[in-house]
Design a binder for this molecule. Structure first.
Ligand SMILES: C[S@@+](CC[C@H](N)C(=O)[O-])C[C@H]1O[C@@H](n2cnc3c(N)ncnc32)[C@H](O)[C@@H]1O
Length: 213
């Protein structure tokens, strides 16, 4: 059986289209984070399909799971591939995410490698954390986007939101601190997360949030 690092190398080559890919650099950390459910995971969701490299790596890694991918671009939809299904869905739109998750969840693992805007990351985390199975894992990939101006769109950064959640045990309820989540979403997240761990590589940082069992 191949490791996630080997699968990332198999499906994400170093050609031009994959020049900026960070996923292979997180593979060892993800393997450490997700190894406990490699066999048991039944449904895995990735936000952000692009050329489908990481979806194929997840499909082979989680060998008993159906892998779902959502993206806003029709051209990235994948057809007729074993255990991979893709859907047009905007991660920044609560209604679309909710309908998609009700119809296809709950998920054992969710990886957000979509648009990386603060609002997108937080709406997705707010809506989808409820659709993660108890004991499941949710990754906010490329968390370093919180430190890059073009991704910071006027709300609290995702990095700070997770920081407050872990180190203060709560997220203060005023507009500055709340970011893009609703009060209900924050309550659910704060009451149901077990831990947040960061994986750093030379290409960036990814966060994995585990849900309590
Ligand atoms: C970094 S690429 C994903 C790469 C893929 N996960 C991999 O590693 O092979 C980001 C993708 O997110 C998609 N995206 C951008 N904004 C989005 C949104 N609002 N909702 C869903 N997907 C979005 C883009 O179209 C693009 O395909």
């Amino acid at each position: 059986m191949l490791s996630l690092k080997e699968l990332a190398a198999k499906y994400i080559d170093s050609s031009k289209i994959y020049k900026f890919k960070t996923f292979p650099y997180y593979a060892e950390f993800y393997e450490y984070q997700f190894g406990y459910i490699r066999e048991s995971a039944k449904r895995v969701l990735e936000i952000g399909v692009h050329k489908g490299g990481s979806l194929r790596a997840w499909r082979d890694y989680f060998y008993n799971a159906e892998v779902f991918g959502i993206d806003v671009k029709q051209e990235f939809m994948i057809k007729d591939e074993e255990r991979i299904q893709t859907f047009l869905c905007d991660q920044g739109k609560r209604d679309e995410l909710e309908i998609f998750a009700i119809e296809n969840g709950p998920f054992d693992v969710i990886v957000d490698d979509g648009g990386h805007m603060m609002t997108q990351q937080q709406i997705s985390l707010g809506v989808l954390f409820r659709h993660l199975v108890p004991g499941g894992a949710y990754a906010v990939e490329d968390l370093h986007s919180s430190a890059i101006n073009k991704y910071v769109d006027g709300v609290l950064t995702t990095h700070l939101l997770l920081h407050n959640m872990v180190f203060k045990g709560y997220v203060k309820r005023d507009k500055t601190w709340q970011g893009a989540m609703t009060d209900d979403e924050i309550d659910f997240l704060v009451n149901n997360f077990k831990q947040v761990e960061l994986g750093a590589s030379e290409k960036g940082v990814t966060a994995v949030i585990k849900r309590v069992k």
